[in-house]
Design a protein around this ligand. Structure first.
Ligand SMILES: Nc1ncnc2c1ncn2[C@@H]1O[C@H](COP(=O)(O)OP(=O)(O)OP(=O)(O)O)[C@@H](O)[C@H]1O
Ligand SMILES: [Mg+2]
Length: 316
């Protein structure tokens, strides 16, 4: 069991330090924003529930951190049904609920889950917080600046369906990864989610996102590709949107096994078909949206994911 206080990600800046950091980051924003490299916040979303978002988000973050050496924060933004801590076998007492109630700061709840990956645990059944006004949580937002120092990517696991939090995090992120299964119901809901993004935020804003989708729990590549084609076709025809297909994940009993063992499948079963397919998906994501960089541009790429998320959360 982790004692959260033993593993602070941050050095506990005083509020003055935090302000200075915030100022310094703000002044460098313009330069970094014109960089061709984009630092990334990645929202993992779905229309239908139970299609594998949390497993995808968790394994994506771990692969980014460990396999692709990108320091990553995994944010459990499924406010009322958070379960990444359960998938990790952690006994988490302190979570985003405490931060949203302004009892604790992000740095007090963050946990290392591997060498380069940290978890911001979500709350469970946080009463009274169903409609979180994220933009007004100044303590939370201030801390997000500080996380930019440590992490190059932020992976956000969201709740199922079309609700305010999901729309909010998706539109605050640089990259949206929609998870669906090949089932017609899941595909229909994925399409419905895309339509909600379009209706809520407009074509201009949506076109600035890297919009991807993954077909999970496929019985075969044939089935996955047919499902992908269907989603691409209806999105194009009825919404004039072109989400890009990142690839598919096979139905693999090792996933359920790993969940029962409360350990991520890429860690427990790195040779399983799911783990290998996840690697392909992550490497595709990196190639398609320039997550990974080297040398000077690495620094530019690394910077700003949290800053951008923060500005968008504030509606700027
Ligand atoms: N590729 C896969 N092969 C087999 N089982 C899978 C696969 N992906 C996910 N599952 C199973 O599907 C179930 C749901 O997964 P998960 O909790 O990740 O979905 P979710 O979309 O986050 O759900 P929710 O909408 O409730 O948040 C889990 O029990 C998991 O074991
Ligand atoms: Mg989930």
């Amino acid at each position: 069991m982790y004692d959260q206080n033993l593993f602070p990600l941050l050095d506990g800046p005083t509020s003055i330090q935090a302000k200075e950091l915030e100022r310094a980051m703000r002044s460098s924003t313009a330069r970094r924003d014109v960089s061709p490299m984009k630092a990334k916040s990645i929202a993992v979303v779905s229309g239908k529930g139970g299609v594998g978002k949390s497993n995808v988000a968790l394994n994506l973050a771990l692969l980014l951190g460990e396999r692709f050496k990108t320091p990553t924060v995994l944010l459990d933004a499924d406010i009322n049904m958070a379960n990444l801590d359960v998938l990790l076998g952690l006994n988490v007492r302190l979570n985003l609920g405490h931060v949203l109630r302004e009892e604790l700061t992000l740095k007090e709840i963050i946990l290392p889950i591997s060498e380069r990956v940290w978890l911001l645990p979500g709350g469970n059944g946080i009463s009274g917080l169903k409609e979180v006004d994220w933009g007004s949580k100044s303590g939370l937002l201030k801390d997000l600046y500080v996380l930019d120092e440590k992490a190059d990517a932020i992976v956000i696991d969201t709740g199922a369906g079309v609700n305010r939090d999901v729309l909010f995090f998706a539109m605050a992120s640089d990259v949206i990864v929609i998870v669906t299964t090949p089932e017609p119901t899941a595909l229909k809901d994925a399409y419905g989610l895309l339509k909600s993004f379009l209706l809520s935020y407009g074509r201009d804003k949506l076109s600035k996102k890297d919009l991807f989708f993954v077909v999970n729990m496929a019985q075969s590549s044939l089935e996955a590709n047919a499902a992908a084609e269907r989603l691409i076709k209806v999105s194009d025809r009825f919404l004039a949107l072109s989400p890009r297909y990142l690839g598919y994940l096979p139905f693999d009993p090792k996933v359920a096994k790993a969940v029962k063992e409360r350990s991520p499948v890429v860690k427990s079963y790195p040779k399983s078909s799911m783990a290998r397919a996840m690697e392909l998906i992550v490497s595709n994501l990196i190639t398609k949206c320039g997550l990974e960089a080297s040398g000077d541009s690495k620094e530019l790429a690394a910077f700003g994911a949290f800053q951008r998320l923060l500005r968008k959360l504030r509606g700027e």
